[in-house]
Design a protein around this ligand. Sequence first.
Ligand code: G
Ligand code: G
Ligand code: MN
Ligand code: NA
Length: 256
Amino acid sequence: LRLHQALRDDLQTEGFHLVLQPIVPFAEQVQCKEGECLIRWQSNVLGFVPPDKFIALAEHTGMIVPLGKWIIDTACRELATFIARGAPSDFKLHINISAVQLQQADFSRHLLECIHRYELHNNNICIEITESVLLHDTHRIVEILAYLRRLGISVAIDDFGSGYSSLSYLHSLPFDCLKIDRGFVRNVLEDKKSEAVIASVLMLSRSFEVPLVAEGVETAEMAAKLHEMGCDLAQGYYYSRPKPFADFVTANGQFV
Ligand code: G
Ligand code: G
Ligand code: MN
Ligand code: NA
């Protein structure tokens, strides 16, 4: 397969980079201190390939393991540079982690090494997982997440409400943040059912005492609605597209 070969070849080269998308508090006068990093691939052979097209393949072939290590190392390095340029020293960077990656015996050790290598703190990092990781060895996953949280690393549940949703695991799964799936946010203005799903996830997040991030916020109207509903944080094109870390001006510690 061409995609597979190109992916393998580019692992050795400079074909990949990470971009940053801010996660913005709805509360006024509260500084933005969080963001999600997302991988981008500019293949010499195939041109731009979106992560939707290659992450699943990388997971399937096991290539996500070396790629995932590259992502974690690069994310930590980019964050250290970002902080050196004036971003808040307690900035929390969200990194997407695949189930296969999380299950590697050396996952935690490698992550902690990278945090240490770039002189970051454990609370600078939030790992984003989807509910689908729980289709794997749930007991072991829960143990790993609990261990990382004891060390101060945060855990966010990404794309919440989509796919494999089951409320039965929530009480045993350690997490610090819920991110509601973009699919519900997209329709919040038109569709009463999407609004109802968001409202119930919001109640859930209140019960678990964790903040709720609304993803995919594209307009001022959507932002106003989600703020009014009580969501804590927002992420989306309305605030910023994902961009290279260096494109964010951080002169006064703020995103521009
Ligand atoms: O950035 P974009 O919206 O195109 O990402 C599409 C999907 O690819 C998202 O579901 C996102 O979680 C996933 N993705 C993006 N970057 C990474 C990454 O660094 N690691 C993993 N595992 N998934 C990623
Ligand atoms: O990891 P996750 O599945 O949450 O990935 C977030 C994805 O959402 C990324 O691919 C990112 O590029 C995309 N994204 C971020 N903001 C918006 C937005 O406002 N609208 C849409 N359609 N996609 C967005
Ligand atoms: Mn994510
Ligand atoms: Na998401």
